[in-house]
Design a protein around this ligand. Structure first.
Ligand code: UD1
Length: 422
């Protein structure tokens, strides 16, 4: 398995291009299953999770071509040759569950393995299933698979989510586009990836209102057509790279970054004493002199502070002046980066869903282990600020969500290299 070696090398300077959002692309791709006409996605990120979703769609009979070095995906699901999403693919990535709603809506049946993904908590899919049941689906769980049927097609209904779920909202939204009648999703997720999915579905002919608010109303249509849709910029990649100059000084412009995608995060950077400004091409971040100030962070559904930036923010707080309290409210086991950061000299105390971080002057390089996608990149960020060499082992999670991380950070002056493992 590959490792990444980072050597603390002082201030960064330059530009980092932000790719299309992994999480948006992973929900836009299954939308191809809703139509027999081609769906083209531009600004797609080049990541192993996208390859996994391509393989899953192909296993169902869809054709997926990658153009322009993978930045354009052309998908066509003329007729599905299988309605079974196999465990061998699904276990690699939780987002695989997103093929369930579209297959069921289009053909009235689907069998999907229960998913795997990052080990950041139990992460059940009960909300996905309850939403589809509210639209008339009959579901059975057998030997690790969900067997779903809607003999006379899905019917519109009211779905009230007991807690906000991005994936369950996406699955229900896609399914409802082809259901008979009107579906109302209450307590729906408001993430930019939901709005991006709704935009794409509208381009395909769906009738959707209220995306970006807690109530989404979908008027079912008989069929959806083809479309070309640009994937929204990745707000988590954006936030991650905004933290690079915040952590080790300098000035970096994140090309294609949009403030509206990272509002709550920018407020915390501002409170920490980091300069953030909009430019013509994106967002510029700079840290001039002195130590960062400690800030408290609580993760929440959008528009709150994203759980997917909690690990990276913790890396920043490790060298801040004072004590910060980070509260994780979305996933119950998402502090696995804390003991790794402590190996680098960080002072962190974890109790349940709360981590108290007391900043130290300087972190020290150490061999560390990447445990999940966002944890991996938080260790790289910490390594940028540390004295000496940090070796981040087991970086395969990183490749699921960050394209060309060595190149992007290397181009702004970081000393970072990948070492191939066996
Ligand atoms: C998506 C993102 C992930 C991000 C998360 C929260 C993708 C591919 N992944 O994940 O990067 O961290 O949103 O912003 O877009 N839950 C249930 N039952 C369900 C579904 C969820 O109890 O059926 C719980 C989860 O365990 C979690 C909470 O709801 O505690 C939120 O999860 P959810 O928003 O569904 O996350 P994902 O869609 O899996």
């Amino acid at each position: 398995m590959d490792s990444i070696i980072v050597t603390g090398n002082g201030p960064l300077k330059g530009q980092i291009p932000i790719a299309g959002a992994k999480n948006a692309c992973l929900t836009l791709m299954p939308a191809t299953l809703l139509s027999d006409e081609p769906l083209t996605l531009t600004n797609a990120p080049r990541l192993s999770d996208i390859k996994t979703m391509s393989a899953l769609l192909e296993s169902l009979g869809a054709e997926v071509s990658q153009l322009q070095d993978g930045q354009v995906l052309v998908m066509s699901s003329h007729a599905l040759s299988s309605h079974v999403a196999d465990y061998d693919i699904v276990r690699k990535m939780r987002a695989s569950i997103l093929v369930l709603g579209p297959m069921l809506a289009r053909d009235g049946h689907a069998v999907v393995s229960l998913p795997g993904g990052c080990a950041i908590g139990a992460r059940p899919v009960d909300l996905h299933l309850r939403a589809l049941e509210a639209m008339g689906a009959e579901l059975e769980l057998k030997e690790g698979y969900v067997h779903a049927k809607a003999r006379n097609g899905l019917k519109g209904g009211t779905v009230e989510f007991p807690l906000v779920s991005v994936g369950a909202t996406e699955n229900a939204l896609m399914a409802a586009t082809l259901a008979k009648g009107t579906t109302v999703l209450k307590n729906a997720a408001r993430e930019p990836e939901i709005v991006d999915l709704a935009d794409c579905l509208r381009r395909m002919g769906a009738q959707i209102e209220g995306d970006g608010t807690g109530t989404i109303t979908i008027q079912g249509v008989d069929r959806l057509g083809g479309a070309t849709h640009p994937v929204v910029p990745d707000r988590i990649e954006l936030g991650t790279y905004m933290l690079a100059p915040a952590i080790c000084g300098g000035e970096v412009e994140c090309l294609g970054g949009r403030i509206d995608l990272v509002g709550a995060f920018c407020e915390k950077l501002d409170a920490a004493g980091i300069d953030v400004s909009e430019t013509e091409k994106g967002i510029k971040v700079s840290r001039k002199n002195g130590r960062v100030k400690s800030v408290d962070v609580t993760t929440e559904p959008f528009p709150g502070f994203p759980t997917d930036l909690q690990a990276q923010m913790m890396a920043l707080m490790c060298t801040a002046e004072g004590t910060s309290v980070l509260e994780e409210k979305i996933f119950e086991n998402r502090f696995m980066h804390a003991p790794e950061l402590m190996r680098m000299g960080a002072n962190i105390d974890v109790h349940g869903g709360t981590a108290t971080v007391t900043g130290v002057e300087r972190l020290k390089g150490a061999p560390v282990m990447a445990t999940d996608l966002r944890a991996s990149v938080s260790l790289i960020l910490a390594g940028l600020a540390a004295e000496g060499e940090t070796i981040v082992n087991r970086v395969y999670h990183l490749d699921r969500g960050y394209e060309s991380v060595e190149e992007k950070l290397g181009n702004v002056g970081a000393r970072i290299e990948r070492v191939s493992g066996q």
